[in-house]
Design a protein around this ligand. Sequence first.
Ligand SMILES: Cc1ncc(COP(=O)(O)O)c(C=O)c1O
Length: 400
Amino acid sequence: MLRNKSVFTQAVHAGERGPRPDFDPVSTPIHPSVGYLYDEMDDLDGVFAGERSGYVYPRYGSPTVTAFEQAVAVLEGAEDAVAFASGMAAIHAALLGAGLRGGTAVVSAADVYGASYSLLDKIFTAQGIRVRFVDITDLDQVAAVVASEQPAAMHCEIVSNPLLKVADVPALAEIAHAAGALLLVDNTFASPYLFHPLEHGADYVIHSATKYLGGHGDVMAGVVACSAVRGRDLRERQKLLGANLGPQEAWLALRGLKTLPLRMRQHCANAKTVAEWLAAHPAVAHVNYPGLPNHPQHHLAARLFGERGFGGMVSFDLRGAGQTQVFSFMEALELVLPATTLGDVYSLTLYPAHSSHRYVPPEVRAALGIGDGLVRLSVGIEDAGDIIADLAQALERMTR
Ligand SMILES: Cc1ncc(COP(=O)(O)O)c(C=O)c1O
């Protein structure tokens, strides 16, 4: 058909749309096409109408993204999962899906990722939504605020960023549901390797897949796992809001997922060893790690997570330190990278007061316990002895 056409036409169409393959690739291909063809126009019409499976346009869904979504749904024990361009887009969509609109209220853990705090505090508040922050580990306080606010939604992180507080999801689900509210759990720090929030009463599970799900520091992605009905609602919203995951990113995230359990096993083992070592170091005033027996929710974490461990995230206060000392410690590190992310194969460190929680008001930071000497450490999958040796030499060399 193309042989007798102009070079302009040949260049555009040659090589495309060959015969439908009679083989299946073992791993999911990247499908970057933004258009899809059907034998009959009625087929396309049926896809638009939702009467036939298929794809019409990537804001409505695309094959590589579907593969990632289905993988997450399986891992989370969910009926459905909807992928987004980032964890923040996933949180935003889930909060809207849970029914937040002007005149409603949301109760959120105060100790959450700084951008999640600011999304509620700035953007949702400006929409006329009442936002109440609580200490999510104080169930009496949570119940009292829920009783007075009658919120549409409650939001928390299973293990909080950066203080590593553990949320009692079954108890929070009971409080939320008794008041007619839906519970959103950000499962980023635990991952489905350690915990399945939906099995414990959560209505939406959110991940920054940029972190442990992707795992290699090379993809930004977010995902919400939930019931089929809520998933359908999120997809309808996504068609309009448009914060979709792209196919290349979905492919990277899907590939990352395959080694999630192997990585998490090593993250958990390494973090426990590192946390115990830090807790015994004279330059360290306090270590936050749910796997340490003195952690306030140690028993809760053991009950929720079972035998597998307590995750790969640790935070600690350098004794008597402020920004200058913390920066000199971070600059002295040679193996552990001072990069603004977490959950990668690499060990990474971050100073919450100037990065993840920079826009949380200083008095709120102080009240939460995010002090000027707090360091967050995402323990990677390298050899634990090498990580400790690097921390030891940096603590030795840091400015006092
Ligand atoms: C617990 C948690 N939730 C959500 C996010 C936001 O994810 P993203 O950066 O992929 O938008 C982060 C980012 O650090 C996070 O730590």
